[in-house]
Design a protein around this ligand. Structure first.
Ligand code: ADP
Ligand code: ADP
Length: 219
């Protein structure tokens, strides 16, 4: 069965906006799927449901539990008063992991994103790309089965963005999580994904589901 499945989902906000109607999407284990579509078509609503932060008004939702899901937002949401390591440790502390195990996992997560030298740095000391890598480390530190990303690189310059695309692909290949990636960039969607799902607005629905049969050559 798919790791994540929305079936015939409808979502109407309290304001009356019908954000999604008869929306269906199934994502299998280890797939990398990108979600494209115009602003307001419901991409973030889909991600919030996948994260368990919002519930469908009608239809069914199947998702891993909270412990199996990591979320990366467009703005790196690091707590400015905590050092990088403490930021990354937060999900483990919330899960009640013993302190020694937390420290080992945080160290490993920082290493996977190339920030091993920055554990004791403050978030304000990091560049934009490094902040985003720290946010990815925090999302992956619990070893989630599903990684949800909402335009994670949109605010970065293009060179940093290209580098982070490659780093994300390497992480995905090494760790085998399932990825659902929202972007406005067709380039990024095709480069990263095995499947590109295109949505249209009013109300949000899937209009194309394209398999990238021949992935872009990976270095
Ligand atoms: P996208 O991520 O594709 O830009 P969203 O999922 O954020 O789209 O929004 C889908 C639609 O739902 C839009 O019309 C938006 O204005 C509306 N919407 C999103 N969140 C809320 C909310 N909390 N309350 C009311 N309307 C909302
Ligand atoms: P990214 O591709 O993740 O955006 P950057 O271009 O921001 O990486 O940084 C490249 C390298 O430069 C980093 O890995 C780091 O070693 C170093 N660096 C960047 N910003 C800082 C900083 N504020 N303090 C110390 N080293 C930095």
């Amino acid at each position: 069965p798919p790791l994540l499945a929305l079936e015939g989902v409808e979502k109407r906000y309290a304001s009356g906006t019908l954000a999604l109607s008869d929306f269906s999407l199934a994502v299998g284990a280890r797939e990398f799927v990108s979600l494209l579509g115009p602003s307001g078509c419901g991409k973030s609503t889909v991600l919030r449901m996948a994260a368990g932060l919002d519930a469908p008004g009608a239809g069914t939702l199947r998702r891993p539990g909270d412990a199996g899901t990591g979320f990366v937002f467009q703005e790196p949401t690091l707590m400015p008063w905590a050092r990088v390591a403490a930021n990354v440790a937060l999900p483990l502390e919330l899960a009640g992991l013993p302190r020694a195990e937390c420290a080992a996992r945080v160290h490993a997560a920082l290493r996977t994103v190339g920030l091993e030298g920055f554990a004791r740095a403050w978030p304000r000391e990091l560049s934009g790309g490094m902040k985003m890598r720290a946010s990815i480390a925090r999302a992956l530190v619990t070893r989630p089965r599903l990684l949800l990303m909402d335009e994670p690189f949109a605010a970065l310059d293009e060179i940093t963005r290209f580098r982070l695309n490659d780093q994300l692909l390497a992480l995905w290949q090494a760790q085998g999580f399932t990825a659902l990636f929202v972007t406005h960039s067709v380039f990024e969607a095709v480069y990263l994904s095995q499947r590109v799902v295109v949505m249209a607005a009013r109300p949000g629905r899937v209009v194309a589901d394209i398999a990238i049969d021949e992935p872009y050559p990976r270095t």
